[in-house]
Design a protein around this ligand. Structure first.
Ligand code: G3P
Ligand code: MG
Length: 255
């Protein structure tokens, strides 16, 4: 199977997804905000990862948790608030006063910023509990035909196999990756059943033999979250294609 580096000439080079800013550049700016995407670009990163969930009224927004409390001044469930209510929240102050007032971003706003900055993106479909099918379907429909010209085609990933399936039904043309914590014993069957070209796994639980097996089978392998450049170096030596980092600047120095 050919490696899945995306759909167009911009992402054809294997090095394109070598260093991926995690949630933008989550070590430097509030995760999953437009400020975080901008920070990643400023650090010289060419690809970012961010998480996408649905607001209560079904709009894809950049967010990681089911609940609002950790990264906003709101309370309760993300899916319990419509976009208008989410837009009134402060998604930056928790990280630092400099980011006060940073709003929750919609997926469409993020696409505009990616386009401005020339950034590639790994979009992680992150369903709120119980919303797997719907989230995959809505994000697929939002991206179908709406990907900005002039930036690399995205890689779509999810821990939710259900979301990956509904995404693929809605927008089969996008390259997909299965997210896992430890690599399951039936990794190859899962990737093939889901039509995924890549596996994204937890760095901490990955061993060399398993990494080499996956890579030799022709799949792209990327690891999260790698903030230690020595670990990144080791993974690259094993043949790992890319790493997600909160501090991509540290990894860029050795990549
Ligand atoms: O997509 C890689 C990584 O972001 C998966 O874990 O929890 O940070 O979304 P998480
Ligand atoms: Mg993520």
């Amino acid at each position: 199977m050919a490696k899945g580096y995306g759909l167009n000439r911009f992402s054809a080079h294997p090095d394109a997804l070598r260093v991926i800013g995690h949630r933008g550049a989550a070590g430097h700016a509030p995760e999953n905000t437009l400020a975080s995407l901008r920070k990643a670009a400023e650090l010289g990163v060419r690809w970012v990862e961010f998480d996408v969930m649905l607001s209560g009224d079904g709009v894809p927004v950049l967010f990681h948790d089911d609940k609002l409390a950790r990264t906003t001044n709101g309370r309760g469930w993300l899916a319990g608030h419509d976009l208008a209510a989410l837009k009134r929240l402060d998604s930056g102050s928790w990280f630092g006063p400099r980011f006060a007032g940073e709003p929750i971003a919609t997926l469409s706003e993020a696409l505009v910023v990616l386009s401005e900055l020339g950034l590639g993106a790994n979009i992680e479909v992150k369903p709120s509990t119980g919303l797997d099918s719907e989230t995959g379907r809505v994000v697929g429909a939002a991206l179908k035909g709406g990907w900005p010209a002039g930036i690399p085609a995205p890689v779509i990933s999810s821990f939710s196999t259900e979301a990956l399936r509904t995404f693929a039904d809605a927008a089969p043309e996008f390259s997909r990756a299965l997210l896992v914590w430890p690599v399951p014993h039936d990794w190859r069957k899962q990737l093939d059943d889901l039509g995924c070209q890549a596996l994204h796994c937890l760095s901490r639980r990955l061993r060399e033999a398993r990494a080499r097996e996956i890579i030799a089978a022709g799949y792209a392998l990327r690891c999260f979250t790698v903030n230690n450049p020595r670990r990144a170096q080791q993974l690259f030596k094993w043949g790992v294609d890319g790493v997600f980092s909160d501090y991509p600047d540290r990894i860029l120095k050795i990549a």
